[in-house]
Design a protein around this ligand. Structure first.
Ligand SMILES: Cc1cc2nc3c(=O)[nH]c(=O)nc-3n(C[C@H](O)[C@H](O)[C@H](O)COP(=O)(O)OP(=O)(O)OC[C@H]3O[C@@H](n4cnc5c(N)ncnc54)[C@H](O)[C@@H]3O)c2cc1C
Length: 460
């Protein structure tokens, strides 16, 4: 980028909030996908007005712009894949309003999800979307990725709580979508269009979300299995009985071992699988349903079931699951995370399939799953310096994608498409849908300056 353009950008945000040193650029050349794309500069706006002015300059001078929250995305979405500037929203991080009467919150894009959760829980309200990265990921990052997470099974995903947005278009125009009311059918639902757009259509500068009353009680169960199939069957049986837990997570033996070696929680190293289940709601319902779930776990093969007695014990049981990503990343140099999702009744066969595909391709595999909503996270543990091994990983991924699609599932339940899944997108959505997506992108971003090199450009 030439000096004059850089100077124009510095005039908008000031020297302090325009980073160009090698150290700074390297820091912002990664997200959780762990492939390097070095930007020309990183800007930290503090207001919508600054974002609009940045986009006016970018649009006039044809500068590529990649928006960024906390960089926990697993799909390279926030990286400057074709160069240009990164606009990082970490300094637009104020909770602007929590409206208890109408149960909504208005936040700036860089508010961390867990901070909003804590703030509303202090007022006896509840913001359910709960990705594993909630303590770091930003509200706008979760909106444009339509993040899911642990509580998707009962409460849905980010999209289900989104009421409205303030966005800045690539041209620099500011636009509002949605309202603060739960009902709103005024025209096309542009709020939902931006949700899940992976930062390719507009920059989000304000988010309005719906809140629920905070559940009065919660109990956590940990069920330990000698056979992973039995854990899968238990999941199906809990649903058949009409119980919808708040969370239902599965860890296989490789994850259990990695977590135990990492955080020493006393997990059973000889177990083949652990289910972690939360039941929440009114106290009497929680008591009744947690007892029922414990019975199901035992009836379908759990050798040990532990039921928490306090919030502190709930947290202790969850500590294992929350450290799973970090723990498994230590096992081999590279960790490729899959995110294919199947209808929940296929959980048990899908887990078997993952293990079989991994073994047949000679790839070390571990399985973590948001088991209650069919969202599988197989980890392929490998070394990206070994091209022959990576070919086997690709083959295993390919087979799992086809398998999930053959069951009516999806290539990505929550992590998005980005670089790694782009080549699979047409298999799921077809050419006509892709044509419509490309046309929409052109309407929002005719010059293609926003987040170029993202999933659409990489589809076949
Ligand atoms: C340990 C770990 C656990 C995870 N668990 C889950 C999980 O359970 N469920 C789940 O769904 N995901 C999960 N993720 C993935 C990730 O956390 C989510 O995708 C999250 O939504 C990213 O938020 P972020 O603020 O880090 O965004 P970033 O990674 O910075 O960006 C993500 C995308 O959003 C765009 N973007 C960011 N801010 C804006 C903005 N203001 N305007 C427009 N576009 C913007 C970027 O360009 C990029 O395309 C996990 C990741 C990790 C590392």
């Amino acid at each position: 980028m030439n000096r004059e353009i850089l100077q124009e950008l510095v005039e908008i945000v000031g020297e302090e909030r325009c980073k160009t040193s090698q150290e700074d650029l390297l820091t912002y050349s990664y997200d959780a996908y762990l492939q390097e794309f070095v930007p020309d500069a990183v800007l930290f706006p503090t207001s919508t007005g600054e974002v609009a002015r940045i986009m006016q300059v970018a649009s006039a001078k044809n500068i590529f712009v990649s928006p960024r929250g906390s960089g926990t995305g697993l799909m390279a979405g926030s990286l400057a894949k074709e160069g240009g500037i990164v606009v990082c929203f970490s300094m637009m991080n104020r909770i602007l309003e929590i409206n208890t009467a109408n149960r909504y919150a208005v936040v700036e894009p860089g508010v961390v999800v867990a901070e909003l959760q804590r703030a509303v829980e202090n007022l006896n309200l509840f913001y359910p979307p709960d990705p594993g990265s909630a303590s770091v990921a930003t509200m706008a990052g979760t909106v444009v990725m339509n993040a899911g997470g642990m509580r998707g099974i009962k409460y849905g995903v980010t999209r289900d709580y989104l009421l409205g947005l303030e966005i800045v278009l690539p041209s620099g125009e500011v636009m509002n979508t949605g309202t603060v009311t739960c009902k709103d059918v005024a025209g096309y639902d542009l709020t939902r269009l931006i949700c899940g757009s992976e930062g390719t259509l507009a920059l989000v500068t304000k988010v309005i979300v719906r809140l629920l009353p905070k559940p009065k009680a919660k109990r956590t169960l940990q069920a330990v299995y000698d056979r992973i199939d039995d854990a899968g069957t238990t999941v199906a049986k809990i649903f058949e009985a009409g119980i919808i837990p708040a969370t239902l997570e599965l860890m296989d033996k490789t994850i259990i071992k990695a977590v135990e070696e990492f955080v020493h929680l006393g997990l059973p190293l000889d177990a083949q699988a652990i289910l972690l289940i939360d039941v929440d709601g009114e106290p009497e319902t929680v008591e009744r349903q947690s007892a029922q779930v414990a019975e199901f776990c035992k009836a379908y093969g759990a050798r040990d079931v532990r039921l928490s007695r306090s919030d502190k014990e709930n947290e202790q049981l969850w500590a294992a699951r929350r450290s799973a990503f970090g723990a498994i990343a230590r096992v081999r140099p590279t960790c490729v995370i899959e995110d294919a999702t199947v209808p929940v009744s296929y959980m048990a066969p899908a887990i078997k399939k993952i293990i079989e595909v991994g073994e047949r391709n000679g790839v070390m595999t571990a399985v973590l799953a948001h088991a209650g909503d069919g969202n599988l996270h197989p980890f392929f543990l490998c070394d990206q310096r070994n091209s022959e091994e990576m070919e086997r990983v690709e083959k295993a991924m390919d087979e799992l994608v086809d398998y999930a699609l053959s069951l009516g599932g999806t290539i990505s339940g929550e992590h998005g498409i980005g670089i790694p899944k782009a080549k699979y997108l047409s298999r799921q959505v077809g050419e006509t849908s892709l044509k419509m997506m490309r046309a929409l992108k052109k309407v929002f971003d005719p010059n293609g300056i926003l987040n170029p090199g993202s999933f659409l450009e990489r589809t076949a």
